[in-house]
Design a protein around this ligand. Structure first.
Ligand code: XBP
Ligand code: MG
Length: 239
């Protein structure tokens, strides 16, 4: 019997990437005096690397950008990445507090339906806790306590597509994989959930519109809808 839904955050609860995280990364680069700019297309490519710190490190390695910055000589790449990421988090949380990102209406509907059906709710995300806290404070101020478990990249040894975060979420919920469904937009997220034995409800997002093999259903109303998927969510909740 279905007992819980485990939600991804970025791209799923809200379209955070293009106008949120991307903008915040660029602002952090500007603050440092770096001439880097991640346009929408490049960001879509970089999103294949889950995790903000990992994404910056990958960009430095693959794109070999200039490291001339206003902070003087770069002591180490790790330090530069950590400093840029700290600045990026500050910009991102400010953007969220300023109303730059909104809860996706079909997901809001799903959350309401799940609560009516008595399902437990959880979050499993690759982003940092500061970002999740800012987002929930802004998007769901009255429903903060609705989530029994909130797991972020800060609490697991490996990021998605590693299934560790979903395994840990199930352990904390005290549920078996067949008792929960993961709600995910990205391929890495879907792979992580499938790897933990969960069924996956795909929420198409700007950067991840395509359904991944093995995914159980797609949430209706999130863009390019397949009429054949209509009703699957309702049936899933009733199982
Ligand atoms: C989304 C991500 C995140 C954000 C950046 O993963 O990959 O890394 O893009 O957040 P998910 P940080 O959809 O699984 O939440 O900079 O805080 O890492
Ligand atoms: Mg996501």
């Amino acid at each position: 019997m279905l007992k819980a839904l485990i939600f991804d955050v970025d791209g799923t609860l809200a379209e955070t990437e293009r106008d949120g995280h991307r903008v915040a990364f660029n602002a952090a680069f500007r603050d440092a005096g770096l001439d880097w700019h991640w346009d929408e297309q490049l960001y879509g490519e970089l999103l294949r690397v889950p995790g903000g710190r990992e994404r910056i490190a990958h960009f430095i390695e693959r794109h070999a950008p200039s490291l001339d910055c206003e902070w003087g000589e770069v002591r180490s790449i790790d330090q530069l990445v950590a400093d840029l990421h700290r600045g990026k988090t500050a910009h991102y949380t400010a953007l969220v507090a300023g109303g730059q990102v909104k809860l996706r209406p079909p997901v809001a509907e799903l959350l309401r339906a799940a609560r009516r059906a008595g399902l437990r709710l959880a979050i499993a995300t690759t982003t940092t806790r500061a970002n999740v806290t800012a987002l929930l404070d802004h998007l769901l101020p009255k429903a903060r306590d609705a989530f029994d478990v909130i797991l972020t990249a800060d609490e697991v040894p490996a990021k998605k597509p590693d299934p560790a975060i979903y395994r840990e979420a199930l352990a904390r919920l005290r549920l078996a994989p067949h008792e929960a469904i993961a709600v995910e937009d990205s391929e890495a997220g879907a792979r992580a959930a499938l790897g933990a034995g969960l069924r996956v409800l795909h929420v198409p997002s700007v950067y991840f519109p395509q359904r991944v093999d093995g995914v159980t259903a797609r949430l209706a109303g999130c863009g390019d809808d397949d009429p054949a998927d209509d009703g699957l969510v309702v049936r899933g909740l009733a199982d």
